[in-house]
Design a protein around this ligand. Sequence first.
Ligand SMILES: Nc1nc2c(ncn2[C@@H]2O[C@H](COP(=O)(O)OP(=O)(O)OP(=O)(O)O)[C@@H](O)[C@H]2O)c(=O)[nH]1
Ligand SMILES: *[C@@H]1O[C@H](CO)[C@@H](O)[C@H](O)[C@H]1NC(C)=O
Length: 378
Amino acid sequence: MLKCFGLFLVRLCYGKFVDNLRLFVRGGSGGMGLPRLGGRGGDGGDVWVVATKDMTLKKIKDKYPEKRFTAETGVNSSVRALKGEKGKNAEIFAPVGITVTTDDGRVLGELNTEGVRVRVAKGGAGGSFHSRFEPTKGWSRHIRLDLKLIADMGLVGFPNAGKSSLLTAISNAKPEIANYAFTTLRPEIGKVMYSDHKQISIADLPGLIEGAHMNKGMGHKFLKHVERTKQLLFVVDVCGFQLATSTPFRSAFVAVQLLTKELELYKKELLLKPALLVVNKMDLPEADDKLEELKEQLQNPGDFSALLPDDMIPNRYLTFKHVVPVSANTGFGVDLLKSCIRESLDEEAVMATKEDHKVRLKTLRLSLPVTETQTMSV
Ligand SMILES: Nc1nc2c(ncn2[C@@H]2O[C@H](COP(=O)(O)OP(=O)(O)OP(=O)(O)O)[C@@H](O)[C@H]2O)c(=O)[nH]1
Ligand SMILES: *[C@@H]1O[C@H](CO)[C@@H](O)[C@H](O)[C@H]1NC(C)=O
C-alpha cells in the first residue's frame, strides 16, 4: 500500500470527465424513384462531425444520451419534382482537437481547427432507373471521438510556485518541448519513469495569472492545454505569493481557490478531472505551520470563503485526491509525490476499463432482442 499524506477521497467526484465517446451514426436512406416517368429519388443526407468552438464531449453525451445520429431520408421523386431533393445532413458538433475513428481504429479525420468537418456516414442513393427505382440505405456504423491528450498530468499554478523546478526534480529526463499543434504556446513535457518501466508524462504550462479566464496573459492558450491532460496537478507555494507590489498577498489556500475559480470560469468541466495538490517550498522557515493551516482550511473550505475576493469564490470547492508537501529544491517529498501520481492514474485507468465493460455489456443486451424477433419470425 502506498502511504499518501493527507488523503481526501471522495469517489463521486472522479471519472466524470469525458475524453472519448462512441456514437452510432446512420446516413439517411435515398428517396424512391418514379418508374412511370423515369424520376430519380433524392439521396439520403450524410452525417458529419464538425469541430466547434466551446464544445466538449460531455456536452454531446448529455444532450444525446442515446448517442445516435441519423440523417434524413431523400425526397421521393414525384410528378412535380422528378429529381427528389437530397435529405438533410446531420451534424455532430464536436470539440476542436479530437480524432475521429471507426470502431476498429481506422482514422476518419483529425479535427484540429475550428470549422473542419469530416463525413462519417454517407446517405443512400436515391432510386433511379439503374436500381429499378429502389433507393439504397445510408451507411451505418459506430464511430469514436477521442480527445487528443498531450500529457497524463498538467501542472496548474501561479508564476513562481515552482512548477519548472518541480518538473525537473520529478522527471529524470530533461523536459522536452512538446510537438503540439494547437497553439503557439508550447508546454514542456517531462517524463517520469517508474521502477516497473511504466512511464507517465507531465506537462508544465506557463504560469496562470489572475484573470486568465478573461484571456489575461494568454490565459486561454494556457487553459486550452489544461483541457488536454488527464489529471490536474495544482502547485502552490506553501508560504503564498504576491505577484507584484500592486497586487494583494495570496496565501496558499487562497491560491488554490483562485486557481480553481480560473478553471471554473473558463470551462467548469475541467474541474471534473481528478486533481492532486502539491504544496511546494517546504524547506522555507515556518512551512510546517503554514501547511497545517492550509490543511485545516481545505477540510472545510466554505468556512474560509471570506478570505477570497467576492467574485472569486468557487461554486464548488475542489476535493484533492492527495495533498503532498514537497520541496523541489531539496527533493523532500518528491518520491511520495511520484507514488501518489502513479496511484491516481492507475485508479483512473481501472475505472475507465470498468466503464468500457459496462458499455459493451449494454450493447450486447441491446442486440439480443433483435436476434429473438428474427428467430421468431422464421
Ligand atoms: N525555497 C524554495 N524555492 C523554490 C522551490 N522550488 C522553486 N523555488 C524557487 O521559486 C522560484 C520559481 O521557480 P520556478 O520553478 O521557475 O517556478 P514556476 O512556477 O515554473 O514559474 P513560472 O515559470 O513563472 O511559471 C525560483 O526562484 C526557484 O528557485 C523550493 O522547493 N524551495
Ligand atoms: C416515399 O415513398 C415510400 C414508398 O412508396 C413511402 O413509404 C414513403 O412514405 C414516401 N416518403 C414520403 C416522404 O412521402
